[in-house]
Design a protein around this ligand. Structure first.
Ligand SMILES: *[C@@H]1O[C@H](CO)[C@@H](O)[C@H](O)[C@H]1NC(C)=O
Ligand SMILES: *[C@@H]1O[C@H](CO)[C@@H](O)[C@H](O)[C@H]1NC(C)=O
Ligand SMILES: *[C@@H]1O[C@H](CO)[C@@H](O)[C@H](O)[C@H]1NC(C)=O
Ligand SMILES: *[C@@H]1O[C@H](CO)[C@@H](O)[C@H](O)[C@H]1NC(C)=O
Ligand SMILES: *[C@@H]1O[C@H](CO)[C@@H](O)[C@H](O)[C@H]1NC(C)=O
Length: 610
């Protein structure tokens, strides 16, 4: 074990000349800042419902006053870990989250409804737990997996306490929510969706890694509860097999099955290693553990992509810590470093140190050597064991620790005196940018610092998720899916009577539009916004051609009902034009074999560009 004081280390980093005068002390008030962004009492987020974690209090430029399933779940995992580490006061937040998610699972939305599972892939909701109908990158398939992981961690703690009340809480409240999420992962892991940055439709390493973890620990929790997660057991090996295909021999390609042309070097992949860290695992390449040669080679490739990209990095020596962003091609707010991605580099390395300190051996191979040479120029290929070569072993760990601390120091350097962490900092000036007080930024800081404490002291590690000791991968990867069943978690607070069965209806509309004009679908059910234009469903013009001016909609509607509907044009100046036709569709009963596709052509006024 290495024991180093936080401040001493950062001073050492400064003396070696890497960082210009960073602020030295770690922040202790960030947990409160996270809680300030959670309803109903969070002081930054008035109006947010109980247990709802808001992404940022910012309501414009950008408007992040929503709850994202992913950001909320990652934040909740941090809160569960802090709770396990002894912060008993967080329990009420955990319980309120369970209830809020039970409700949210039943809220049908543009991705679908609960009965088919599809609705669980909706990325974001209003702070009051209602659906958001605006155009968005949906579905996103990492959310249910991450939520399952946060809740399974809590469920295992409840089970470990062995009290009747806690047993009841797991069985009646936590498990029914988790079960829906696991069913979703088992059914949809092999379908495309949007990545964690909500830009690329395809398959995302971060999502696949999170899905594999959720299925593995879901199977284990089911067993503990005397239940069974058949989908977890049948799908996990195929998910792990698929996960291997993101590896290109040098780094992890963040997004595959996409038409987007990018290098694939992306913080997605470091965040994936972090989210699936298991302190009981070894440095497994198959599992992309933080200390694996693959993950280290990937980390180096990722960090190097930012060395010359940002002006604020330009004076930094070639192998020193720098500010990093999401991916090099990023143009959001002109493409800047992010706090949470820079912290991810540090966190991956702190987690790696935890594993090396447990297994007491470091293997340097041809793949990881370039990483090691950056942090320790004398590094050579070989096996350095603590027992036979303790001095070198400790030197290597200290070098990694220094390097990791350097990334935290970069974050400190660009944190304003108030301590507030926004989403990004300016690539040229280092000034904070985009959404203020980003919940995920604070959560990332806390998890990074906790990982450091566990790497350098007896501070407890995060619990194991039962990662396979010897991961077995099928000899060929199969495309697969397990049909899920989805039930409202009424015991946890899901409204009774919600989540009735729905049927997927495809609407194909011929409507010639000009560039900038959009088509929406509306109707007399909640799913179609009850004729309110503001709640109507945006159409998809992905298949629009001059031969066929096609606008597509896929909506889940309540079974066995006649639904009235119509289309709307949204003009480039914000004006709505309504169709003059009265249309109805008969939704069949669930389970009817027919799939319903409606073919329509626009009837009514056409628009003119303003
Ligand atoms: C929920 O919040 C949205 C956005 O602020 C608002 O438009 C809507 O009216 C609210 N719905 C309810 C039921 O309060
Ligand atoms: C589904 O799984 C197969 C087998 O691993 C893989 O080739 C394919 O790309 C996957 N597709 C998606 C969308 O996950
Ligand atoms: C919706 O409109 C259709 C067609 O006019 C009608 O048959 C149906 O009863 C209406 N449904 C509701 C819930 O009002
Ligand atoms: C559509 O239905 C409404 C209300 O039922 C009626 O007033 C209107 O005349 C109908 N329009 C057409 C074009 O049939
Ligand atoms: C939509 O357009 C296609 C191609 O022109 C045509 O074949 C089809 O019949 C049209 N559908 C309707 C409902 O008009």
């Amino acid at each position: 074990m290495i024991f180093r004081g936080w401040i001493a280390t950062l001073v050492a980093t400064t003396i070696s000349g890497t960082i210009a005068a960073p602020s030295l002390a770690p922040r202790n008030d960030y947990l409160q800042r996270v809680l300030d962004n959670i309803g109903p009492n969070g002081k930054q987020v008035p109006g947010a419902s109980a247990g709802v974690i808001i992404a940022s209090p910012s309501t414009q430029d950008p408007d992040y006053f929503f709850t994202w399933t992913r950001d909320a779940a990652l934040t909740m995992k941090m809160l569960v870990d802090e709770f396990l580490h002894g912060n008993a006061g967080l329990r009420s937040y955990l319980q309120a989250y369970v209830k809020s998610q039970a409700i949210l699972q039943t809220v049908s939305n543009p991705s679908g409804a609960l009965s088919s599972g599809r609705g669980l892939g909706e990325p974001k909701f209003y702070a009051n737990l209602t659906r958001y109908n605006g155009a968005w990158g949906r579905p996103q398939r990492d959310g249910p997996a991450l939520r399952a992981t946060a809740l399974i961690t809590y469920a295992n703690w409840l089970l470990n306490t062995r009290t009747n009340a806690n047993l009841k809480e797991v069985k009646e409240q936590v498990w029914p929510v988790v079960k829906n999420d696991l069913a979703y992962v088992g059914e949809f892991w092999n379908s495309t969706g949007f990545d964690l940055w909500e830009e690329v439709s395809g398959s995302s390493f971060f999502a696949t890694a999170a899905q594999h973890r959720a299925l593995v620990e879901g199977a284990a929790l089911a067993k503990r509860l005397g239940q069974n997660c058949a989908a977890c057991e049948s799908q996990a090996p195929n998910v792990l097999c698929f996960l291997q295909t993101y590896w290109n021999g040098k780094y992890v390609v963040a997004n595959i099955n996409t038409g987007v042309q990018r290098s694939g070097v992306d913080a997605n992949t470091l965040l994936g290693s972090i989210a699936t860290f298991d302190p009981a695992a070894t440095c497994s390449d198959t599992l992309f553990q933080p200390c694996s040669a693959r993950a280290l080679s990937n980390l180096k490739t990722y960090v190097d992509a930012f060395r010359t990209l940002y002006t604020i990095n330009s004076k930094t020596p070639k192998t020193s810590p720098v500010a990093t962003g999401r991916y090099a091609e990023d143009i959001y707010y002109n493409g800047n470093p992010w706090y949470l991605t820079t912290l991810a580099v540090a966190e991956q390395l702190y987690l790696a140190i935890q594993t090396w300190s447990t297994v007491n051996v470091i293997e340097i191979n041809a793949l990881s050597l370039p990483f090691w040479k950056d942090v320790y120029p004398a590094a050579k290929i070989g096996t350095i064991s603590k027992r036979s070569n303790g001095k070198n072993f400790n030197k290597l760990l200290d070098a990694v620790l220094d390097y990791a601390d350097g990334f935290v120091a970069v974050v400190h350097q660009y944190t304003p005196a108030s301590g507030a962490l926004s989403e990004q900092f300016d690539r040229n000036t280092g000034a904070p940018l985009s959404a203020r007080d980003l919940t995920w930024s604070y959560a990332a800081y806390i998890t990074a610092l906790s990982a450091r404490r566990s790497a350098t002291s007896n501070y407890p590690q995060v619990p194991s998720w039962n990662a396979p000791k010897v991961p077995k991968i099928p000899s060929t990867c199969s495309a697969s899916s397990a049909k899920g069943t989805y039930v409202p978690a009424t015991g946890a607070g899901a409204p009774p009577g919600q989540g009735g069965c729905t049927v997927l209806i495809a609407f194909n509309l011929n409507a010639t539009t000009y560039y900038g004009e959009n088509i929406y679908l509306t109707g007399n059910v909640t799913e179609l916004g009850n004729w309110r234009t503001s709640d109507s469903i945006p159409g998809d013009a992905g298949g629009y051609t001059s031969e066929r001016p096609l606008w597509k909609f896929e909506v889940e509607l309540p079974e066995n009902e006649v639904v009235g509907y119509g289309y709307l044009r949204l003009e480039d100046d914000g004006e709505w034009l309504k169709e003059t036709a009265n249309r109805t569709v008969s939704v069949p009963k669930c389970g009817a074999s027919e799939t319903v596709t409606v073919q329509d052509a626009w009837v009514g006024p056409t628009g003119i560009p303003s």
